[in-house]
Write a protein that binds this ligand. Structure first.
Ligand code: HEC
Ligand code: HEC
Ligand code: HEC
Length: 145
């Protein structure tokens, strides 16, 4: 987990990586440009989230992406105070968690998503920031159901 390396891409669009507005506040032209930053940060294409012939149609990955924008990108900063954007966690990949050993993954989460991130609301960051209390392992499924 590192501070975003895409601050400049966002700046070119007139956006401050540390003070991003909610997605539905972006004028259509700017929203379209922000989409290209998603492609780059996740190493995907528009159809990674959209149906090719209907960009307005709701999809699972659109729902997840909006949640990640609101809760993670707008809600967290790096431990050094630097901005968090999609690339901070995704580093050019849609999927990047190694889930085969849950114990090792929990240790990885603590190292990367707890110790290396801070909450914008200044509350202490812990597993419950994202997983809630009681602990919900399948966050994404709760967002798309
Ligand atoms: C990581 C997922 C993701 C990728 C990749 C992505 N989009 Fe989006 N797109 C979204 C989300 C999320 C919204 C906003 C949905 C909302 O809040 O209504 C959106 C909205 C849009 C909209 C407005 C329609 C709407 O539903 O609001 C257009 C047009 C669009 N995207 C085009 C593109 C294009 C063109 C690309 C490739 C350059 C692209 N998107 C790549 C997630 C994605
Ligand atoms: C704090 C870390 C973090 C940030 C920041 C973050 N994500 Fe994610 N995202 C994750 C994790 C963890 C997963 C699950 C990955 C896996 O299964 O390997 C994920 C999964 C996703 C998926 C589903 C991929 C799939 O195929 O299952 C999408 C889409 C996505 N993120 C979009 C985004 C977008 C767009 C942004 C920026 C607005 C973003 N994420 C920012 C951590 C993050
Ligand atoms: C910044 C957000 C964030 C924090 C903080 C966080 N996680 Fe996660 N974690 C995720 C996301 C997102 C996923 C993917 C969830 C999904 O696939 O539905 C995930 C997945 C997991 C999984 C895999 C679940 C499965 O069954 O595949 C484990 C285990 C896990 N986290 C443990 C932890 C532990 C333990 C902590 C605290 C030390 C923690 N996480 C902190 C975001 C976070």
């Amino acid at each position: 987990m590192k501070a975003s390396a895409m601050g400049e891409d966002l700046q070119k669009l007139g956006l401050d990586a540390k003070a991003l507005p909610s997605l539905n506040r972006l004028p259509p032209e700017k929203l379209r440009q922000v989409m290209k930053t998603f492609n780059k940060a996740l190493g995907t294409q528009c159809t990674g989230c959209h149906e090719a012939n209907d960009f307005h149609a709701p999809t699972k990955n659109k729902k997840i992406a909006s949640k990640m924008w609101d809760l993670y990108v707008r809600g967290l900063v790096a431990e050094d105070g630097g901005p968090v954007f999609c690339d901070s966690c995704h580093e050019g990949k849609m999927e990047f968690l190694d889930r085969h050993d849950k114990k090792a993954l929990s240790a990885w989460m603590d190292e990367n998503f707890v110790k290396k991130l801070k909450r914008v609301d200044k509350k202490e960051n812990g597993c419950e920031t994202c997983h809630g209390d009681p602990f919900e392992p399948h966050i994404l499924a709760t967002w798309v159901k």
